[in-house]
Design a protein around this ligand. Structure first.
Ligand code: NI
Length: 247
């Protein structure tokens, strides 16, 4: 059930059955020569819609912008300041809390969001105090960090999976949007690895935007494999989270 395609009466009746909601969160940022700028939002959005087919759940509109300051030397990237993202997450959770939602399951597609979103959770918990019986519960599920995803990526691509514009995320985005698949030769085949500081440093060290990957290996068929694994794993994790059994 999609929040954006529901009426308020349908949401009211959903709340009688469940007070949990899934919120996909991504980023709008460069993903190398063949990766889509929407990759980090497309992947969690598609995974959330797969979970929706298996479990009765309400899915909020995707937060399409994230903390992508380090990608700003590449055209098309849009970033939120970390402070903006912290406030945005707090406002989304607080709004839903007022309607009776208690469990907020964020499916994240972007590493740069982890620190601000986790900070927002701290602010939310702190604001609810120590005597409130309805303290909210928030969870950040980083789909690409799931053990089964890492194993499949290692089996299929070895070190060519990389760290940014990874083969697995490009493949999953291609599965979600086969009409947008790009055929681009990579040079070098596998991008270099290394540390980055700021946006200028990033582009100087990694001129085509990739870090450590060869996303020319990404295919729609592989993307479907990552999609199915992510849906199964996160649906199980979501159920454990909503019943209080999550680790
Ligand atoms: Ni990404």
């Amino acid at each position: 059930m999609q929040l954006a395609l529901s009426t308020w009466q349908e949401v009211e009746s959903y709340l009688e059955r469940s007070t949990a909601i899934i919120i996909p969160i991504g980023s709008t940022e460069q993903h190398g020569p063949n990766g889509l700028i929407g990759t980090d939002a497309i992947c969690p959005t598609r995974i959330a819609s797969g979970i929706e087919e298996k479990v009765e759940v309400l899915v909020a509109p995707t937060i399409n912008y994230g903390m992508a300051q380090h990608h700003m030397a590449f055209p098309g990237t849009i970033t939120l300041k970390p402070s903006t993202l912290i406030h945005l997450v707090q406002d989304v959770v607080t709004s839903l809390q007022q309607h009776g939602f208690t469990h907020f399951y964020f499916i994240n597609g972007h590493g740069g969001n982890i620190a601000p979103v986790t900070t927002a959770f701290c602010e939310i918990y702190h604001a609810s105090g120590t005597s409130n019986a309805t303290t909210p519960r928030c969870r950040l599920a980083n789909w690409w960090r799931d053990e089964v995803i890492g194993k499949l990526a290692a089996d299929l691509y070895g070190e060519a999976e990389g760290h940014h514009a990874t083969v697995s995320e490009v493949a999953l985005s291609y599965f979600a949007h086969p009409e947008a698949v790009k055929d681009v030769a990579m040079s070098p085949e596998i991008a270099p690895n290394g540390e980055i500081y700021d946006a200028v440093d990033y582009r100087r060290k990694f001129p085509d935007g990739r870090i450590g990957s060869n996303p020319a290996l990404a295919t729609v068929a592989d993307g479907e494999k990552f999609y199915r694994l992510a849906v199964d794993s996160l649906a199980t994790d979501y159920k454990a989270f909503t019943t209080g059994d999550a680790s």
